[in-house]
Design a protein around this ligand. Structure first.
Ligand SMILES: [Zn+2]
Length: 687
């Protein structure tokens, strides 16, 4: 039994630069008592603010709220690492028990009528106009948060919204745990060499290592994750096995067993719709988008439908090109054939073999490349730090400094897949830049690369290299933050803006500056031949029909599910019928089918928000154009402006204003359409 007073998670973080995360002192049994004590402490702080006899003002209400809850933030940061990367065994029971309790605690704060009365008074007081613009935004931010949580509802209304949030928290945890279970529980073991036909050596080696790790020595494991599925479908010459791997992957949580997520989705959608209605919005999508750049579902849909027809038309062209080659194999392109024959078209048309690119994409070299680009653009230097506690031995830490050696923050890197780790790649903030306590940010990047046997260099695919740069862009957003108040700092921005820094950073991979220095052959150390670089550049719009349709289909289904209002939704029927109405090409499935759509159903996170990547893509293509117009991807003046107006400001000013200050005008969609080879609005295709 761990007593609360001895609970190491409750203690302030100690060590350099405002303290470091005490991963070495965290035990699963400590999470529940630590979270409970931290929530109680925060609620007590909030009661004191609400009961203050002095008239409500910025300092005693808004700033006091901003200062409260620090213990909870520390405990929750560690808990979130277990929830997303070490979610096995005893932790799952803790998560299932604690998620609804955390939701209930959040409701107690944001539905607190005495507290809201004070926040509202500050918001409406004549003194508001005298505050500086960032203070005004902080008041607005907290006021909005309260209103969106139901602070203005009557007592039964508040109780119902709180009950909905608690139930949703439980459903989200189950959704995630089912997905982890279906990814870990369906491994395809290959036993004969002829089942490896077409697979390049690096993939065979990784599959052999994965099998050995799972006590299947001498076999090859195809894991039920994107990082294993995509290369297998790209290279396996065994159509029967491609179909099997494809079906297993796209059936996750859709198998009618204990891990099926469909009934959870029906319930989640109904609860979200009811919550939105009670809060005064027609649908969950309207409630979500009220706090976004797009502002309304209609504007988000309009953008998606502006791109969709061109993307579908491109898919038909891609299928036609592939079919010419597939016909010789007696194959009519099915979804499990797309990646395989696209690769063949790429080889035939552009003489580009992506598998010849892979040996030049070595994980640690690319990491150095990301650092180099961040130093050149923003003057940041990354230095490995030994001896800091980590949550898993695979995690490593770097200290980040700015010009003159000023400490900027820490960057943690957790690169490899393991049981209990969410699939995909993401960034998280262990500590958001805190201008009140002067604590620098601590951020992390998490990916699911497959470790090479015997500690050999890890070669990754081009798409994975892009994802690496993407997540690092989020990390830079967190690290460069320079905002007075943590609620408005770092990546705490609206969802359709937050993908701008990440997607902009993707562009740096494809610069000659980075490729020449860091795309070096994993064995020989030779730089990638210029001819290969030129071919990669020449094929940037290749297969963009597939990539765009795969993504947009998921984004459209997400939005339409959340516009369906109070209908009882059968996710299976809804997905099938909506895709048919949209004219979804039969050769492609949604990037995330509904039962697997963790962005949307493992939290409120990207619900009615998956369109954000496209919204932000308009911004990041237009922003990158500013660099190119000025003198290149590393133009120092544009980089400084981008750093100061976008990366450093967090949510301290309206993102539309921030963007205009950076670009000098509203964003234009042309650069995005041109990069994907789609027609521009005026009917031209550009270069
Ligand atoms: Zn992102």
């Amino acid at each position: 039994m761990s007593s609360v007073s001895a609970n190491p998670l409750l203690a302030p973080w100690t060590g350099p630069h405002g303290g470091i995360v005490p991963f070495d002192r965290a035990r699963v049994t400590d999470f529940k008592p630590a979270l409970e004590a931290a929530m109680d402490e925060h609620l007590a702080e909030v009661e004191l603010i609400a009961a203050d006899a002095a008239p409500p003002g910025f300092e005693n209400t808004i700033l006091a709220l901003e200062r409260a809850g620090q213990t909870f933030r520390r405990v929750a940061a560690v808990y979130a690492v277990w929830a997303s990367t070490l979610n096995t065994g005893a932790f799952q029971a803790v998560e299932t028990e604690m998620e609804p309790k955390i939701a209930a605690y959040a409701s107690k704060i944001y539905q607190h009528s005495g507290l809201f009365a004070r926040v509202d008074a500050v918001y409406r007081s004549p003194g508001f106009a005298a505050l500086d613009p960032v203070q005004q935004r902080l008041v607005w931010f907290h006021h909005t948060h309260f209103v969106r949580a139901g602070a203005q509802l009557d007592v039964p209304g508040k109780a119902r919204v709180a009950a909905i949030n608690e139930r949703l928290a439980t459903l989200y945890a189950s959704f995630s745990q089912h997905l982890l279970a279906d990814e870990a529980g369906h491994v395809l073991y290959l036993r004969h060499a002829d089942e490896l036909a077409g697979l390049p050596e690096s993939i065979r080696a990784a599959a052999a290592a994965a099998a050995a790790e799972r006590e299947h020595p001498g076999e090859w494991a195809v894991l039920n994750t994107r990082s294993s599925m995509e290369p297998f479908l790209t290279y396996s010459a065994r159509r029967d096995l491609r179909e099997r791997v494809w079906r297993t992957y796209y059936s996750r949580c859709d198998n009618g067993d204990a891990h099926d997520n469909k009934s959870l989705i029906t319930e989640i959608l109904a609860l979200r719709a009811e919550r939105a209605r009670r809060l005064g919005f027609p649908t969950h999508a309207h409630w979500r988008l009220a706090d976004s750049m797009a502002q309304t579902p209609e504007r988000a849909l309009e953008l998606m439908m502006q791109v969709w027809p061109a993307a579908v038309a491109r898919v038909h062209e891609e299928v036609r090109d592939m079919q010419k080659i597939a016909a010789a194999d007696g194959v009519t392109i099915a979804p499990w054939d797309y990646r395989y024959y696209a690769d063949k078209v790429r080889k035939a048309t552009y003489a580009l073999d992506m598998n010849a690119v892979k040996p030049y994409l070595e994980l640690e070299q690319l990491r150095e490349g990301m650092f180099w680009a961040a130093e050149r653009l923003y003057g940041l230097a990354f230095t490995p730090v030994q001896g800091l506690p980590v949550a898993h031995p695979d995690m490593r830490v770097w200290g980040v400094t700015a010009a003159g050696g000023r400490h900027v923050g820490y960057w943690y890197f957790d690169p490899y897949a393991r049981a209990g780790k969410n699939s995909g790649a993401w960034m998280s903030e262990y500590r958001t830049q805190d201008g009140i306590n002067l604590s620098p940010p601590i951020v992390s990047n998490n990916t699911n690369f497959v470790k090479a046997p015997g500690g050999a260099p890890v070669e990754i695919s081009w798409d994975d290299a892009v994802a690496l740069f993407h997540e690092f862009g989020h990390a830079l957003h967190g690290l460069c933050s320079n905002v007075p108040y943590p609620s408005l700092a770092g990546t705490n921005t609206v969802r359709d803006f937050v993908e701008l820094p990440s997607q902009l950073n993707e562009n740096l991979l494809l610069t000659s500056e980075v490729l020449e220095r860091f795309a070096r052959h994993a064995q020989s150390g030779e730089p990638m031949p210029a001819e290969l670089v030129a071919k990669i550049k020449a094929t940037q719009s290749f297969n963009q029909g597939f990539a765009t349709v795969e993504y947009l289909a998921a984004a459209l289904i997400d939005m339409k599910l959340h516009l369906a209002g109070s209908e009882a939704v059968d996710p299976d029927v809804f997905e099938r019928e909506t895709l048919a109405e949209l004219g979804m090409p039969p050769q492609i499935v949604m990037r995330h089918r509904t039962p697997q759509f963790a962005h949307v159903f493992a939290s409120d996170g990207y619900s009615a928000g998956y369109y954000s990547y496209l919204w932000a893509a308009v911004l990041d293509h237009d922003a990158f154009q500013a660099f190119l117009e000025a003198g290149g991807p590393f133009d120092p003046d544009v980089a400084r402006r981008y750093h100061d107006e976008i990366l450093a400001v967090g949510n301290s000013i309206d993102p539309r204003t921030a963007y205009r200050r950076f670009r000098g005008r509203e964003p234009k969609i042309d650069a995005l359409l041109r990069s994907r080879g789609f027609p521009l609005a005026d009917g031209t295709t550009g270069e």
